[in-house]
Design a protein around this ligand. Structure first.
Ligand SMILES: CC(C)(COP(=O)(O)OP(=O)(O)OC[C@H]1O[C@@H](n2cnc3c(N)ncnc32)[C@H](O)[C@@H]1OP(=O)(O)O)[C@@H](O)C(=O)NCCC(=O)NCCS
Length: 165
């Protein structure tokens, strides 16, 4: 049986707990992405930005009786559209269904909140992410060469939450 995952929003935590999770996410972010693509996971995300949501996934650890952070995501709500800025699974936990579960959680949550679409841009070179989004039902709407940098193509993808419900 696969280990149990839990998904939550940092806004459901008390300040100190939220800051601890943000600090952990920040460390993973710096290891995973080049400096110019790393998102800043500062305290203001918890305090001041109600349209910006940071979600995270933990997995029960039988040895320590604690939960380990295994993934996270960031989106911004703009009326009926949520812009998914980030989705990341810690390297050691990849290819175990974490990304897919986290994405399902995001979809379900946004659908309940009355959101209509999720939109994102993905670097064509990030094959695992591109494949995950396709698997989750996202459709390609636009392909822009040199979108991220010379030679790095950006693909705009959209998921219609009403249709894929
Ligand atoms: C993209 C990412 C979040 C996927 O997370 P994950 O937990 O490994 O994904 P899952 O195990 O849930 O895989 C779900 C589906 O995605 C696709 N997928 C995931 N990793 C893949 C890979 N390395 N190669 C091909 N397809 C892949 C497959 O369709 C997979 O379904 P399957 O296992 O039934 O074949 C993870 O690779 C990651 O964090 N990458 C670095 C950060 C990043 O690029 N983020 C996106 C830009 S912000």
């Amino acid at each position: 049986m696969s280990p149990t995952l839990s998904h939550a929003d940092i806004h459901s935590l008390k300040r100190n707990e939220a800051l601890e999770i943000l600090a952990q996410i920040s460390r993973v972010e710096k290891k995973t992405f080049p400096t110019n693509e790393a998102f800043g996971f500062g305290e203001e995300l918890w305090r001041k930005k109600p349209n910006t949501r940071v979600l995270y996934t933990t997995r029960a650890n039988e040895n320590t009786a604690r939960s380990d952070l295994v993934g996270y995501a960031v989106y911004v709500r703009q009326k009926g559209v949520a812009l998914l800025h980030k989705l990341c699974v810690i390297e050691a936990y990849r290819r175990q269904g974490v990304g897919h579960q986290l994405m399902s959680y995001i979809q379900e949550r946004l659908r309940k909140e009355g959101c209509q679409y999720i939109q994102l841009w993905v670097d064509q070179a990030r094959e695992p992410a591109w494949a995950l989004y396709r698997r989750c039902g996202f459709e390609e709407r636009e392909v822009i060469p040199d979108y991220y940098a010379p030679g790095r193509t950006g693909i705009r993808m959209v998921l219609d939450l009403a249709r894929d419900g």
